[in-house]
Design a protein around this ligand. Structure first.
Ligand code: CTP
Length: 411
């Protein structure tokens, strides 16, 4: 094994026997493609859903279920001992029960007993099984012992039923794994517990007619990263999302909007009882003065009519004006193409918010990408540079700066 190989974080992906096992293939892909050394440990029941060949081909490692294979390597102890992270996805009700009670009758349950690294469970089951007091008590036991149990998503279950119990999106589980690996023990910090935060994300679209709109290139990824990290730190999160394709983050109250005026209404309403408001959305400053109910047609031999625009409300300035009275922390974003810092400082003063995250944007910068680089300017004059990296890291730094400012505010 060369040095680079040893430096790859070692992840054990436990897979228990649920129909959602097929989604764990995507999680596995994300983990391997982002440089993790993954060992899949399925249960025997999981192999009814996805075969061993798939797990070992995708991971590049053996994927046995039993402690009786390769016994000379003592796998029932070594796999858990050597892991930097164990993630069980999907975790069935049976798996949660075994883990809570310390049973060890196959390779995965042995691994869970020998692992000293962080453990993440992503449960998936029918709503009745999830809500059963036995499962709830097992989840509470696992959480008390320090395991991170992700709340299942709400939606279509196996067959025609819908409800709580769906495996969260693999991207969501991946983000949790990445966070746990990146933050270590700090991943468990609940420094936003008891706080309500409102985040806007994505971009607004201002319709011209039923088929056309004025829009922008915001993907929503930064706002969603803020929402996910706030939930992980214990906050109640309202995410006002404009025109993004991203799936709802687990445990977040998502309000979908289209236009700047809808965003304005939703943010102002939610902000009335929030501890912090973060405006990550790219809001259109202008909208067409008139909406044409039928599609605008071209007329042969005639130039098109110019489009008259009117101003949209400045939501950040409006929320900032209330922040002292409400004891809130308000954060804005500034997307700049030129004179980035000078424009940022002027904007911070103009908007009147506590913090302004200034980033440079351009055709290939920030928009749509999973990475970002920024400087966070504070009203007290401090500047916090955030190096180029995942949008999650920038989100964590925003909360790191929000938390001490919240301490001065009344709940
Ligand atoms: N913003 C807002 N309402 C608007 C426009 C922007 O709340 N009508 C918020 C954005 O969500 C962001 C911040 O204001 O947090 C700055 O957005 P930006 O587009 O950079 O600033 P503008 O005020 O539009 O300034 P300019 O276009 O002159 O750079």
């Amino acid at each position: 094994m060369d040095k680079r190989e040893r430096e790859r974080p070692r992840v054990v992906l436990g897979v228990s026997g649920g129909i959602a096992a097929y989604k764990a293939c995507e999680l596995l892909r994300r983990l391997t493609e982002s440089g993790h050394d993954v060992r899949v440990v399925p249960t025997a029941s999981a192999l009814h859903f996805v075969g061993e060949a798939t797990w070992s081909a995708l991971s590049g490692n053996p994927a046995g279920t039993e402690v009786w294979e390769s016994v000379h390597e003592v796998p029932h102890v070594r796999i858990g001992q050597g892991a930097d992270l164990v993630v069980v996805a999907p975790a069935t009700a049976d798996m949660l029960a075994k883990a809570a009670h310390g049973l060890a009758d196959d390779l995965l349950t042995n691994t869970l007993l020998t692992a000293r690294c962080p453990v993440v469970f992503a449960p998936a089951m029918h709503t009745e099984m999830w809500e059963h007091p036995a499962t709830q008590e097992n989840v509470a036991t696992l959480r008390r012992r320090g395991a991170l149990v992700i709340e299942p998503a709400v939606g279509r279950l196996t067959g025609v039923d819908t409800g709580k119990g769906r495996l969260p999106d693999p991207a969501e589980i991946f983000a949790v794994c990445r966070r746990v690996l990146a933050r270590g023990p700090r991943a468990a910090e609940q420094d936003l517990a008891g706080r309500h935060v409102v985040i806007s994300a994505g971009g607004t679209r201002e319709p011209l007619d039923p088929v056309r709109y004025l829009g922008n290139r915001s993907s929503g990824k930064q706002g969603y990263a803020l929402a996910r990290t706030a939930v992980a730190r214990g906050a109640r999160v309202t995410l006002v999302a404009g025109n993004t394709e991203l799936p709802d983050p687990a445990g977040v109250d998502v309000i979908r909007i289209g236009t700047a005026r809808q965003l304005h209404e939703a943010v102002v309403k939610a902000a009335a009882e929030a501890d912090a408001v973060v405006m990550a959305a790219a809001v259109a400053d202008f909208r067409p003065a008139a909406y044409t109910t039928g599609k605008i047609k071209k007329v042969e031999g005639q130039e098109p009519e110019p489009v008259a625009l009117v101003r949209n409300p400045d939501i950040l300035a409006e929320v900032s004006a209330e922040r002292a009275r409400r004891g809130q922390v308000v954060v804005g974003f500034a997307a700049e193409t030129d004179d980035v810092l000078a424009n940022g400082r002027a904007k911070l003063a103009r908007k009147g918010c506590d913090l302004l995250v200034v980033n440079e944007v351009g055709e290939h910068k920030a928009f749509g990408s999973a990475e970002n680089e920024a400087v966070i300017l504070a009203a007290d004059g401090s500047e916090t540079p955030v190096p180029y990296g995942p949008k999650e890291d920038l989100a964590e730094t925003v909360w790191d700066l929000v938390v001490p400012r919240l301490a001065d505010t009344e709940r």
